[in-house]
Design a binder for this molecule. Structure first.
Ligand SMILES: Cc1cc2nc3c(=O)[nH]c(=O)nc-3n(C[C@H](O)[C@H](O)[C@H](O)COP(=O)(O)OP(=O)(O)OC[C@H]3O[C@@H](n4cnc5c(N)ncnc54)[C@H](O)[C@@H]3O)c2cc1C
Length: 389
């Protein structure tokens, strides 16, 4: 496949790489232990143009295509903690694309531009205690009251949720209509009735904050309704495609890093008189893992190319063919990453099970991939439907 990256993408890639390696990675232990990274990281990423490379210039972006997002997501894992990478990608590619697509001039000025600059922290609020995969089953309810909506309900597992300035929030605006009764709102977290109910403790991605949110008679003006009322589910399905591709590109980059680190470890570590990497058993294992990683990356790039063609070249909604490719990538990358992480840990022996080596954290962190942004099983369920099965 010819490389989609031109000189300006490579230049941007270097900026992100330097940021991840020099300004983030040295703090990995500290931020993982603190179970949060500083808010200033958002500000700094904004100053470097990391959030806005793929957004139009009129909202404060650089007017680039989707391959800027891909380049960014491939370099951020060099910070050696998926939590920071995830927090920043939520800001750039999960909570804000829907604002760029649908927001009014005023909404973009109030939410998108400050998010691109890193001056406001964004979160995406979709999952609820009683509805994750089955998004149409959400229960958070926005009742119309004159020119306002009164929102009651709860969200859970919300990345950046403990310190977000606003949440791109999916709620129900019409009862008993399933997917056809959902709407998106932009909700400043200083709104009366909004609260962080709990900071959740996780098995990995420790440096990112994950919250349970509660809304009690939270009055939100109609000007914060994003796009059309009751069209939220369709908007979310569009938004998910960017989120899933970026999760895949980022995971593949992390997988490549795990293989490189393991091979380097195996050159030094000796058993039965020679470096463990000299054992044919492991050499063939790494050859197979590399083949699978290349295949996963190729499928992911196919999805990214289709997404870029739909959204940036034709400037249309993501097609069903593109959705299918992206869903297949999410399934395949998940399976491959699980195998890479597990084999790389195994190759480290006992060293893989202690915190001194990065593989322990990488193994824990990658486990989220098959759950977040649509589980592997749900992806299979959607693709089976798309295949007419
Ligand atoms: C660390 C972390 C960060 C997250 N960040 C965010 C965020 O920022 N914003 C946000 O809105 N959400 C976020 N999520 C939520 C995430 O998207 C959900 O956890 C995910 O969509 C799964 O939903 P669930 O947890 O409710 O699982 P459930 O929907 O309860 O699924 C439970 C099991 O049932 C399976 N299942 C469900 N439906 C089917 C089916 N049709 N066929 C076969 N099996 C099925 C699932 O695959 C899974 O194995 C985050 C989650 C985590 C853990």
């Amino acid at each position: 496949m010819p490389t989609p990256f031109r000189e300006e993408h490579q230049h941007f890639r270097q900026t992100v790489r330097k940021f991840a390696e020099k300004e983030l990675a040295p703090y990995a232990e500290e931020w993982e232990k603190a179970e949060i990274f500083p808010n200033e990281v958002f500000k700094r990423a904004g100053e470097l143009g990391i959030f806005g490379a793929h957004y139009p210039e009129e909202v404060g972006g650089a007017g680039g295509d989707y391959w800027f997002s891909v380049a960014k997501s491939e370099e951020l894992p060099r910070c050696l903690m998926a939590g920071v990478s995830m927090g920043l990608l939520v800001q750039a590619d999960m909570a804000t694309p829907v604002i760029n697509d649908l927001g009014t001039k005023e909404q973009k000025a109030e939410f998108l531009t400050p998010a691109i600059k890193g001056e406001k922290i964004a979160a995406l609020g979709v999952s609820e205690p009683n509805a994750g995969s089955d998004v149409a089953g959400i229960q958070t309810w926005a009742k119309k009251d004159g020119d306002d909506y009164i929102i009651n309900g709860a969200k859970t597992y919300i990345t950046n949720g403990c310190r977000a300035d606003f949440v791109t929030l999916l709620v129900k605006t019409t009862q008993d209509q399933g997917a056809h009764g959902c709407s998106f709102f932009l909700v400043p977290t200083k709104t009366k009735g909004f609260s962080v109910a709990k900071k959740l403790k996780k098995i990995g991605n420790h440096s990112s904050d994950t919250a349970e949110l509660a809304f009690e008679d939270m009055r939100v003006p109609k000007r914060y309704l994003l796009g059309e009322e009751n069209m939220g589910f369709m908007y979310l399905m569009q938004n998910f495609q960017s989120e899933r591709i970026i999760a895949c590109t980022s995971a593949c980059a992390g997988g490549s890093y795990m293989i490189d680190e393991a091979i380097s470890y195996g050159r030094d570590r000796k058993a039965f008189g020679k470096p463990i990497i000299k054992r044919e058993y492991w050499q063939h294992k790494f050859v197979d893992l590399t083949a699978k990683l290349e295949a996963a990356k190729a499928l992911t790039y196919k999805g990214a190319e289709a997404y870029n063609d739909d959204k940036y070249v034709r400037k249309e909604n993501v097609s069903m063919d593109t959705v299918k490719t992206i869903s297949l990538a999410k399934i395949f990358v998940g399976d491959v990453m699980t195998e890479i992480a597990d084999q790389c840990l195994q190759f480290h022996g006992g060293a893989g099970y202690v915190e001194e080596y990065h593989i322990a954290r990488a193994w824990r962190d990658q486990r989220l991939f098959r759950i977040g942004g649509g589980t592997t099983e749900t992806m299979r369920y959607y693709v089976a439907k798309l295949m007419g099965l």
